[in-house]
Design a protein around this ligand. Structure first.
Ligand code: ADP
Ligand code: UDP
Length: 238
């Protein structure tokens, strides 16, 4: 696969053109940022682990009937995906209280929610990705009512499949973030990554955090945590 010119460099990934204008190569970097890039770092194997984990999870979700942008893993750091127009909305799905929601509501982390909670954020770095609701999405024209309904349904289906997969890995899926995009033929698909960067994953027995909170909160053993998730994923899928 010929890699063309770089069309985008984000905080964690780079995107490259290919000879097919509907496909791009995603390259996963070792860089990590948190708190809207105020905290920066880089740790060994992060790019490789996130590429490997995302590839396996997208393959799993695809086989379970979820439409995704994923085509194939190319090498340790790169994967080939369909180029999509990303909805500028981050969909956060929460099964337990944690992070910004726990802070905002003044509650402890780790409380199981009786319902699946969906939060929407406006993907806009200049505004620090603010929390928005359905009305704001319609007001800003980020998606139509029908698209939003499809996005929620996809998020719910993905949550059910991921809870089950992580359960097999003895991990609690506390919360996660997904992004959705539209292909050139108008289909809504899951895009971007699903990895310890975008999920909170706690060991079910010890409640040890095996995700990016180790970086955000200076807990150490970051690479080890990502490798552990990858190893458990390989085992669960085999
Ligand atoms: P950020 O842009 O927040 O710094 P990344 O470094 O992860 O984040 O960059 C990846 C960017 O590529 C994100 O903005 C994401 O929305 C976008 N993206 C993910 N998948 C696709 C895709 N299939 N087609 C086009 N853009 C994508
Ligand atoms: N998340 C993400 N990217 C973001 C913000 C959040 O992947 O830009 C993920 C985060 O890893 C967690 C979930 O979304 O799994 C919920 O995050 P939260 O809103 O609690 O924000 P945070 O505490 O990360 O600031």
């Amino acid at each position: 696969m010929e890699k063309g010119k770089m069309i985008y460099e984000g905080k964690a990934k780079q995107m490259f053109e290919t000879e097919n204008r509907n496909e791009i190569i995603v390259r996963f970097k070792d860089d990590a940022t948190a708190f809207n890039a105020q905290k920066r770092g880089s740790f060994k194997l992060k790019g490789e682990m996130n590429n490997a984990i995302t590839s396996l999870i997208y393959d799993y979700l695809g086989k379970k009937g979820i439409n995704t942008h994923f085509i194939q893993k190319l090498n340790e750091r790169e994967q080939l995906v369909k180029k999509v127009t990303i909805f500028p909305i981050e969909v956060v799905v929460r099964n337990y209280s944690a992070g910004s929601m726990a802070q905002r509501l003044g509650i402890e982390e780790g409380i199981k929610s009786p319902v699946t909670i969906f939060d929407l954020c406006y993907k806009n770095d200049a505004l620090n990705d603010p929390l928005i609701n359905d009305y704001h999405v319609l007001f800003l024209g980020l998606a139509t009512q029908e698209e939003l309904e499809e996005i929620y349904q996809l998020a719910e289906d993905i949550n059910i499949l991921l809870i089950d997969l992580f359960d097999k890995m003895n991990l609690r899926l506390v919360d996660f973030k997904i992004e959705l995009g539209k292909t050139t033929d108008g289909k809504i698909v899951l895009a971007d990554e699903i990895s310890p960067d975008t999920c909170r994953l706690w060991d079910k027995d010890t409640l040890k955090k095996l995700d990016k909170d180790r970086f955000r909160r200076d807990l150490g053993e970051i690479t080890e945590a990502y490798v552990e998730v990858y190893k458990r994923l390989l085992k669960a899928l085999n």
